[in-house]
Design a protein around this ligand. Structure first.
Ligand SMILES: [Cu+2]
Length: 503
């Protein structure tokens, strides 16, 4: 389609970021028209995908919509998140029905400080049960959107928790109902959550928030159903989005330095990030700042669900540079087409003064030492070909089993320091995630070679390549059930989840 017919078909909407487009069309939302198939059934017959030029590129990068705090009490953040359908004319081919929090893609940013109490009213206007899981945050089990605590269609509930000192970091929220998580996320349900520290040593650096997600659209403009490759390898849409936009343009700060928080909220897409010419320094991971900056990065792998904080210094030469997601071989099976490098966004670097930028603080913060190990656990990811019902299908297992909400696979004592050994005995990469706490990766073992973690960091998600074993230390502070699982959402949906009972 040429540019002119595209614009004619869509009026002014493609000139806007998706958030603005959503805001404009909210008034016309119709929640009764879902056009959905029954759970477990394909949403529509397989059809050709929309071409990659069906979504426009080159708009100025949108800032994230923020969730407004309705509380007037200091230290209390109160708001409502409504999950509902929203239909948009994203392509000329036909309307796209998304599911979104407060009609925003990505969901609105929640921004609070350490010590704040958060109270979110969640209203479920989806045709399926849902929950909100506060990915990475140290919240009590019964407030963490466990699959057992589903909010039925038309129902609502309040999530309430207080965020302790020391948890400043880059988090997100998404649904976690049993059997529906993958679909709800790929239809658009995921939002960002930042916990700030009052004494943040980098607060003077201009901040940029980049949420990476993707969208898989059929030729008729609708969200495409999963095909066999998606079920096997995890779903990857043909449109890699940043802040809900297709290849937008980021105007870099005139001072020549920015602090980027980057989220990978894709169902399965790994982001092998590079930004040629710029100087990249890693300063934070999922659970906040490192102890000291790690300089000289040339590229960075962000697995699904992971987040990083980077200091980006502009190249000396002004100009436009693409933030690339390079090809990363993660052991895909089946007959998926070969991966290709993608442009996530374009960065316009202006002229810099030529003066060297000030040095970053040598010390960012002190990470608490968890202390001696009191208990050990072992988790094994594996895969097994199944012929159940005469259909070839891959089963993805944790310690040889598929998820059962009514079964506890492991038990921990609240407050105990534990060493977890996670082994990937499958042929594919899998990102391991555990709810309710942050962990420290101690070492990794591959082909009998032990590699100590190169720096200390708090994480809630760590990638394991085929044959790798990772050892990590953690403490669960709250009693109750906690999930641990692969964060490729189709694998999680297929039962690659274990359940921990914290007693
Ligand atoms: Cu997996």
């Amino acid at each position: 389609m040429n540019k002119r017919s595209f614009l004619t078909a869509l009026g002014s909407i493609p000139l806007l970021g998706l958030n603005q487009a959503l805001a404009q069309t909210m008034a016309g939302m119709d929640h009764s028209q879902h056009g959905m198939a029954a759970p477990g059934q394909p949403a529509q017959a397989a059809m050709a995908l929309a071409p990659v030029n069906a979504l426009p590129t080159g708009a100025p990068l949108a800032t994230l919509a923020k969730l407004t705090n309705t509380s007037t009490t200091p230290g209390v953040f109160q708001a409502t998140l409504t999950a509902a359908s929203v239909t948009l004319p994203l392509t000329a081919a036909g309307p796209t029905e998304l599911w979104a929090y407060n009609a925003s893609l990505p969901g609105p940013l929640i921004e609070v400080f350490e010590g704040d109490t958060v109270e979110i009213l969640f209203i479920n206007r989806l045709p399926q049960p849902s929950t909100i899981h506060w990915h990475g945050l140290p919240v009590p089990s019964e407030q963490d959107g466990n699959p057992q605590d589903a909010v039925e269609p038309g129902a609502q509930r309040i999530y309430k928790f207080t965020l302790p000192k020391g948890c400043a970091g880059t988090y997100w929220y998404h649904p976690h109902p049993h059997g529906f998580t993958a679909e709800q996320v790929y239809r658009g349900l995921a939002g960002t959550f930042i916990v700030r520290a009052k004494d943040d040593p980098l607060q003077q650096v201009p901040e940029r928030l980049l949420v990476c997600s993707d969208l898989k659209l059929s030729g008729d403009g609708r969200i495409a159903a999963n095909d066999a490759n998606d079920e096997m390898d995890g779903r990857e849409g043909q449109f890699a989005l940043v802040n809900g936009q297709h290849q937008p343009v980021l105007q870099f700060a005139p001072g020549g330095r920015e602090r980027w928080r980057i989220w990978n909220v894709n169902s399965a897409r790994y982001l092998r990030l590079s930004l040629p010419g710029a100087t990249l320094t890693l300063v934070g991971t999922d659970g906040g700042l490192l102890e000291k900056p790690v300089s000289g990065l040339t590229e960075l792998l962000l697995a699904p669900a992971q987040r990083v904080e980077l200091i980006v210094d502009a190249p000396v030469k002004p100009g436009r540079v693409a933030l690339q997601a390079g090809v990363y071989a993660r052991g895909k099976m089946g007959n998926a087409p070969p991966d290709q490098a993608l442009t996530l966004l374009q960065v316009d670097f202006g002229a810099v003064s030529g003066q060297p930028l000030p040095a970053l603080p040598a010390k960012l913060r002190t990470l608490a030492n968890l202390g001696p190990v009191q208990a050990k656990k072992r988790v094994v990811f594996s895969e097994k070909m199944s012929m159940a019902g005469g259909v070839h299908r891959m089963k993805f297992l944790v310690n040889g089993k598929q998820f059962d909400m009514d079964r506890f696979d492991l038990t921990s004592r609240a407050g105990d320091v534990e060493l977890w050994e996670i082994a990937n005995e499958s042929d594919m990469d899998h990102p391991f995630h555990i709810h309710g706490t942050q962990f420290e990766v101690i070492e990794s073992v591959l082909n009998s070679k032990v590699t100590a973690a190169p720096y200390r960091a708090w994480r809630d998600t760590v990638n394991l390549i085929s044959g790798e074993t990772v050892r990590l230390k953690m403490v669960q502070h709250f009693k109750g059930p906690r999930m641990y699982h692969c964060h490729i959402l189709e694998h999680e949906n297929a039962g690659m989840i274990g359940q921990l009972r914290v007693a």
